[in-house]
Design a protein around this ligand. Structure first.
Ligand SMILES: C[S@@+](CC[C@H](N)C(=O)[O-])C[C@H]1O[C@@H](n2cnc3c(N)ncnc32)[C@H](O)[C@@H]1O
Length: 271
């Protein structure tokens, strides 16, 4: 392992927090263990010159590579099933009625990682609208800060084990078997998801406001101030009556949260 002095550690975590909202101020060991090999391979003898290079902003690719190593991309299909039950029982019937004329929904998976979350949503939409699905525009915007993980999402290929949390017949319905134990998401499900790189610290300037935003297990990395500011931006980007889903291990500040609390990890903007 390479040496990371306290002052270099402070310079690095301050930079990462300022630009990406990710709070690593208590994660010195994680930084050392996840980055040491990369630094050694690039010829660095310690962190000092590396931190200088990162902070100079000379090489955006270097910053991306660092973030890819430091963020946790853990995810799986049908994670936190309660959200999908609520989607099915409450949100989709409500949206189907509300959008009966324009037949256009706007759903955002913010911090989508390797794609399991937006693809699960896409499968639910297909199930819900059934034969009518082709008449609806239900494309899901799926964003992440890491281009590397988005490349995995675009490949849309997963091991058989990863599919085990989905209803048994969905493997046949929504995946195409590749070689060995590998399955690729079927074109109908895949083409309903639009992947983009997006840093959640940036202003939210998408064309439409959202009926539903999933931002689950992303804000765990952010401190309270960063989280409050992001929730405020989400709120402005949500249509009246729209929902925000967060991870069940996360909580929003009750006094400052502009959304109405509905049930654990589910919030709604008043109509
Ligand atoms: C643990 S995954 C969550 C995936 C999925 N939402 C879920 O609940 O399973 C967290 C994701 O947030 C992304 N992330 C972290 N900071 C971000 C930021 N500032 N902007 C956009 N994405 C970010 C990471 O790259 C990672 O893929």
């Amino acid at each position: 392992m390479l040496n990371l002095s306290d002052s270099d550690f402070q310079r690095l975590y301050t930079y990462i927090k300022k630009h990406y909202g990710i709070d690593l101020s208590k994660k010195k060991q994680l930084i050392v263990s996840r980055l040491s090999n990369t630094l050694t391979a690039q010829g660095f003898k310690d962190f000092s010159a590396y931190v200088d290079d990162i902070l100079s902003g000379r090489d955006p690719e270097m910053v991306t590579a660092m973030l890819n190593k430091l963020t946790t991309n853990y995810t799986y299909f049908l994670r936190e099933e309660a959200h999908f039950k609520y989607l099915w029982d409450v949100v989709l019937p409500d949206l189907a009625k509300k959008h009966a004329r324009d037949k256009c929904l706007s759903i955002w998976s913010a911090g989508c990682s390797s794609g399991e979350e937006p693809y699960t949503i896409s499968m639910y939409l297909k199930e819900y609208f059934g034969a009518q699905a082709s008449q609806w525009d239900t494309r899901i915007l799926a964003t992440d800060i890491s281009q590397k993980i988005l490349n995995t999402a675009l490949t849309a290929t997963y091991g058989e084990e990863g599919l085990s949390s989905l209803p048994a017949n969905w493997k046949q319905k929504y995946f195409v078997k590749k070689e060995k134990d590998q399955y690729t998401v079927s074109p109908a499900i895949k083409n309903n998801v639009i992947f983009r790189t997006f840093n959640l610290m940036d202003p939210i300037q998408f064309k439409k406001k959202f009926d539903l935003i999933f931002c689950r297990n992303v804000m765990i990395y952010f401190d309270q101030e960063t989280k409050d500011a992001l929730v405020g931006r989400f709120f402005n980007a949500t249509v009246p009556g729209g929902h925000l889903f967060i991870g069940h291990s996360e909580g929003l500040n009750k006094t400052t949260c502009p959304y109405e609390y509905i049930q654990p990890a589910i919030y709604r903007k008043k109509k």
